[in-house]
Design a protein around this ligand. Structure first.
Ligand code: NAI
Ligand code: A1CAB
Length: 256
């Protein structure tokens, strides 16, 4: 995820020389970006530090980063299920701590981004500026909403990919060659999403616009909508992801 954000920042015109990546395993960093295998022991604190490792690594990986975070540092975390309280306990000096929930489309400047954090208006404006090249950022009114936004914005692409795959599988099952079904399903979703993004109408309205009375689309929508199937499936999917995020938050707190 950190690599996708870095790609988005570089594509947005930020100089590669302004980034330092600390990663013990990453094969290489983009040209001009400094890649270190461990946090530098003697470096001055950074203006912005982004935590991008796995949530389960936080307790072990935080210590070498603590000296890089001072009263002048904005600490950003993309770690799912790690709350502000846990981050503040580990990084007491930070000027501001902000949880950021993007997805991999940040590399193309197309990510939804949920934000929640502490800090003054100046810190928030700084974070808004940093997020601008990555996609559409929105501040959440409470941290309790971050679990759900993690499910929707963070995990959401996987749910959509599963649906594209299911559409192609269904078309293959019904007779199309699989590779052709894959191409047509993907092109259809790309076009439908672009159209919806550019339209003043809601996706719900657009679905009804595609459906001619008594036509093919209505026959298909009737299957999706029967007994609230699609709505219940999506709600259950988001609920499971949201609840796992809440559970991870409790686990991270217990790890300290
Ligand atoms: N994959 C996704 O779409 C999203 C992931 N996230 C969050 O992003 C974080 C990373 O997830 P992914 O990018 O999927 O995992 P990943 O495995 O692709 O990236 C993790 C990176 O951390 C590095 N790493 C391992 N130990 C380290 C250490 N001690 N210090 C510094 N770096 C270390 C790894 O070498 C790797 O490059 C997680 O906290 C996850 O919750 C958030 C939103 C979306
Ligand atoms: O699956 C995960 O836990 C991470 C957070 C959101 C997307 N990937």
């Amino acid at each position: 995820m950190g690599g996708a954000m870095l790609a988005g920042w570089l594509a947005g015109g930020i100089a590669p020389e302004s980034f330092t990546v600390v990663d013990p395993y990453l094969a290489e960093a983009p040209a001009g970006v400094t890649l270190l295998r461990e946090a530098p022991a003697d470096a001055a604190p950074f203006d912005v530090v982004l935590l991008g490792f796995k949530p389960q690594q936080l307790a072990d990986s935080a210590a070498p980063i603590v000296p890089l975070v001072s009263e002048g540092t904005v600490l950003l975390s993309v770690l799912a299920g790690v709350d502000l309280e846990t981050l503040r306990r580990l990084f007491p000096a930070a000027r501001a701590i902000v949880r950021v929930m993007p997805n991999l489309a940040a590399a193309m400047g197309k990510s939804p981004i949920g934000l929640v954090g502490e800090g003054d208006a100046a810190s928030r404006a700084e974070v808004d500026g940093l997020m601008a090249p990555l996609g559409q950022a929105e501040w959440l009114t409470g941290e309790d909403r971050m679990d759900l936004v993690t499910a929707l914005a963070g995990s959401g692409p996987a749910f959509v990919y599963r649906m594209i795959d299911a559409l192609a599988s269904g078309a293959a099952e019904l007779g199309l060659p699989r590779d052709q079904a894959d191409r047509l399903a993907l092109a259809m979703v790309e076009g439908a999403a672009a159209l919806a993004a550019a339209s003043p109408n809601s996706p719900g309205e657009l679905a009804d616009r595609v459906a001619s009375p008594g036509g093919t689309t209505r026959a298909g929508l009737d299957v999706l909508d029967a007994e609230g199937r699609i709505a219940a499936l999506m709600t259950d999917t988001l609920r499971a992801a949201r609840d796992r995020s809440a559970e991870m938050t409790r686990e991270a707190r217990a790890r300290g």
